[in-house]
Design a binder for this molecule. Sequence first.
Ligand SMILES: [Zn+2]
Length: 191
Amino acid sequence: MSPSQETIPDASGAAPRELSQVLAINRSTKAFSSYAVSLVSLPAGALYAPITTATPGVKAYTSVQVSETAHIELNSDLVFCNHSCDPSLIFDMERNEVRVVDERALKEGEKVTFFYPSTEWEMAQPFDCTCGTERCVKRISGAKDMDEEVLKRYRLNGHIERLLEQRRKERGQNGNANGHPTNGHATNGTA
Ligand SMILES: [Zn+2]
């Protein structure tokens, strides 16, 4: 992989963009009704914004989960990225990056959204989603309560993958699982 593939596929090729250059907030006086839109068009998978201002936090409606036990506050307008069941962005908390989803491009003027259970295992404030997309899963309370078949449609953060693996094991031990052993090493033959 050449280093050039790591750079932002930004037409200007300019220095890193400020968040205010890529994100605008549509403020509402109604609670939880403000939202953010993109000021730029970017290809699928492109870097939208690095996460540079996060500080450790406690689980709250504004926090983002970054590991099995830790949460951060974004301390930026990225906090206005609302949930959607068919999101335009992914929050990658291992690389501290917000990127365009891999499935489609981001268009200027589009709402910037991400799939909250991709970072949140158990949310501080569950809610009923009204994203209105075909994919809508309705109740959003964190990955903990979701079916893996549904979660498979999304890029999940590493800690969510690990917590799902743990849940799978626990259900297996309890003997009430639909899960069968997923250990694929037995026939692998390589050491
Ligand atoms: Zn939805």
